[in-house]
Design a binder for this molecule. Structure first.
Ligand code: FAD
Length: 258
């Protein structure tokens, strides 16, 4: 059935249920389309899982599951792995200890007004923003680590192929210029706004969640300013402060977790 119970939520918050749903969907649905994984795809998968193991701000059981999968993957020295072996580690090795990667999806902040709106792509953006902010909080030594992991994940596995092509062209254009953890957070924010700009008014837009240049003046008044010419300008210092709070681990809501 496409009818799902609506879960009331706060539109201005991030939900752990969405982040865990993103993990489930990427690891058990998107990846399962690849019977064996090799070459650039295997490198992409290793980087993605490694970044999740380091920076996913989850429950101890979920972090423990990601660590188990990460260690297993780092030990795989062959040219390819079978998805079924990867899946076995996810579903068996992992679930026997105190480590668990919850099964199934439960969108909360990423619910759409109809089943074909929002959901997974919304949780992917949310997850990526959370990871860039978490890398900043944890003073990761490599400012591009999270962005490059996302870039290769999207390129190898993201099911929406036009999205992957667009994202890769933005990455090629300017991702290499990111030289600090703060600019990594801001890079992702500004590219996401470019995508919002491109998609505003399209049929794919959920009418209840219009694509805007985010955050709105209501959500972050101090983020917005005017140039002398009267044109809108972003106050990037304020945007960075806002993002570091909005996507911080302490600010994530745990309602509706399985
Ligand atoms: P989303 O854009 O998914 O955003 C999720 C939430 O993030 C929003 O509700 C808001 O709370 C917050 N947010 C919004 N803007 C920002 C921002 N600038 N910075 C930080 N947080 C923000 N769809 C296409 O049709 N064509 C494409 O080319 C395309 N490319 C994509 C590329 C990537 C990498 C991803 C992950 C998705 C892409 N999509 C594309 C899907 C599209 O961007 C949306 O995810 C989808 O339409 C659902 O939109 P949404 O309303 O849930 O908001």
């Amino acid at each position: 059935s496409t009818l799902q119970e609506w879960r009331p939520f706060n539109k201005t918050r991030v939900y752990m249920s969405d982040l865990e749903s993103a993990l489930h969907y990427s690891l058990r649905v998107e990846l399962s389309g690849h019977i064996s994984i090799s070459g650039d795809d295997l490198i992409a998968l290793k980087k993605y899982i490694n970044v999740l193991a380091k920076y996913f701000p989850g429950r101890p059981s979920v972090k423990s599951a990601l660590n188990t999968v990460d260690s297993w993957l780092q030990q795989q020295k062959g040219l390819e792995i079978k998805y079924s072996d990867f899946r076995d580690v996810l579903d068996n090795t992992v679930q026997t200890s105190d480590a668990v990667l919850p099964e199934g999806v439960q969108w909360v902040g990423c619910q759409g007004s109809q089943a074909h709106f929002r959901g997974y792509p919304c949780t992917v953006w949310t997850l990526f923003h959370v990871l860039t902010v978490q890398a900043k909080e944890m003073s990761s030594p490599d400012p591009q680590e999270v962005l490059q992991a996302m870039r290769s994940y999207v390129s190898s596995f993201f099911g929406c192929r036009p999205c992957a092509t667009h994202f890769e062209s933005m990455a090629q254009e300017s991702m290499d210029h990111v030289t600090s953890l703060s600019t990594a957070v801001l890079w992702l924010w500004s590219r996401h706004n470019r995508v919002n700009n491109r998609l505003a008014g399209e049929l794919s837009e959920d009418p209840h969640f219009p694509k805007i240049q985010w955050p709105s003046p209501e959500l972050c008044p101090s983020c917005h300013g005017l140039k002398k010419t009267g044109e809108h300008s972003w106050n990037q210092e304020e945007v960075l402060t806002f993002l570091r709070n909005y996507f911080s681990s302490a600010h994530i809501l745990t309602d509706y977790l399985q």
